[in-house]
Write a protein that binds this ligand. Structure first.
Ligand code: IPE
Ligand code: IPE
Ligand code: MG
Length: 257
C-alpha cells in the first residue's frame, strides 16, 4: 500500500495525481455469497463492511467526493425478496451510520429517484442529508434508484422548464448548460471510476459525468474490496496521463510549467 505523507497528499491532489472524486460500482455481492454457499443477501451484508472501510479510507486520503452505486433503476427487476432485503439494509445503514458519519465530518447526499421509496425511507434520507449538510469533510454520494439515463432526462426536463418560462433562451444553450441540472452538478466530475466484480460495463451509472473519467476494473468481488484494493486502483490512476483531447507533449509542457 502506498504511504503518502499528509503534505504530499495535498500537493498530489493539487497536481491532479490523486483523484478528487472516486465513483464506484460495487458489484459481485451475489457471487461472493454463492462461492460460500450463502444466500445472496449475506453478500450484501458483507458488502456493507466494505462500504465502511472504503468511506473511512477515502476520508483519510483526502478524497473530496466518493460516489457509490448502491441500487440501480434496473435493480427493481430482481426478485421481490432481494429488493426488500436491499431496501431494509439501506434503511438500517442510514439509521446506524449517520451519527458516525457526522462525527467524521462526512456530508451525505443521496441521488436518484427517491419518490419510488417508501415514505419512511424517504424521510430517513432527508433527515440524514439535513443532519450532515454543513459538514466540510468527505462528501459521500449514494446513488439509489439511480440511472444515468434518468439523470440526463430529469436534467433536460428541468432545463426545458427554464427555457419555457423564459429564464433561459434556447439559442444560447450550450453543452455545459445541462451540467447545472445534473444530479452531481455542484461536485467535481469523477476522476476515477472503479467497478469491482469483473464485469466491464457502465450499467447505466453516471453516463454524462464519466466523459473523461479514468476507468478501472477489477475481478475482486465487492465484499473483498478493502484498503489495499483501493490503493491499487489509486496507484493505477496516478500512473496515467490525462490528456482531455490534447497531445501528450502539450500536457507535459503544462505539468512542467
Ligand atoms: C452488487 O452486487 C449489489 C447490487 C447490485 C445491489 P450484485 O448483487 O449485483 O452481485 P452479483 O453481480 O450478482 O455477484
Ligand atoms: C450495477 O450492478 C448496479 C449496482 C452495483 C448497484 P448490476 O449487477 O445491477 O449490473 P449488471 O446487471 O450486471 O449490468
Ligand atoms: Mg451484479
Amino acid at each position: 500500500m502506498t504511504n503518502y505523507q499528509e503534505a504530499e497528499i495535498q500537493d498530489l491532489v493539487l497536481s491532479g495525481q490523486l483523484p478528487r472524486h472516486v465513483a464506484i460500482i460495487m458489484d459481485g455481492n451475489g457471487r461472493w455469497a454463492r462461492k460460500r454457499n450463502l444466500p445472496r443477501f449475506a453478500g450484501h451484508r458483507f458488502g456493507l463492511e466494505s462500504v465502511r472501510k472504503i468511506v473511512s479510507e477515502c476520508a483519510k486520503r483526502n478524497v473530496e467526493v466518493l460516489t457509490l452505486f448502491a441500487f440501480s433503476s434496473e435493480n427493481w427487476k430482481r426478485p421481490q425478496k432481494e429488493v426488500g432485503v436491499l431496501m431494509d439494509l439501506f434503511m438500517t445503514a442510514l439509521k446506524q451510520e449517520v451519527k458516525k458519519l457526522h462525527k467524521n465530518n462526512v456530508r451525505l447526499k443521496i441521488v436518484g429517484g427517491r419518490e419510488a421509496f417508501k415514505p419512511k425511507l424517504q424521510a430517513l434520507i432527508q433527515d440524514a442529508e439535513d443532519f450532515t449538510q454543513e459538514n466540510t469533510g468527505l462528501t459521500l454520494v449514494i446513488a439509489a434508484n439511480y440511472g444515468g439515463r434518468w439523470d440526463i432526462m430529469q436534467a433536460m426536463k428541468r432545463m426545458m422548464e427554464d427555457v419555457m418560462s423564459e429564464q433561459r433562451s434556447m439559442d444560447s444553450l450550450g453543452v455545459g448548460d445541462l451540467d447545472q441540472y445534473m444530479s452531481l452538478s455542484e461536485l467535481p466530475e469523477p476522476d476515477l471510476f472503479i467497478r469491482t466484480g469483473g464485469e466491464q460495463r457502465i450499467s447505466n451509472f453516471l453516463l454524462w459525468q464519466l466523459a473523461y473519467t479514468e476507468l478501472y476494473f477489477t475481478e475482486t468481488l465487492w465484499p473483498d474490496f478493502d484498503e489495499s484494493e483501493l490503493a491499487k486502483a489509486i496507484d493505477s490512476f496516478s500512473s496515467r496521463q490525462r490528456r482531455f483531447g490534447r497531445t501528450g507533449e502539450q500536457v507535459e509542457q503544462v505539468a512542467g510549467a
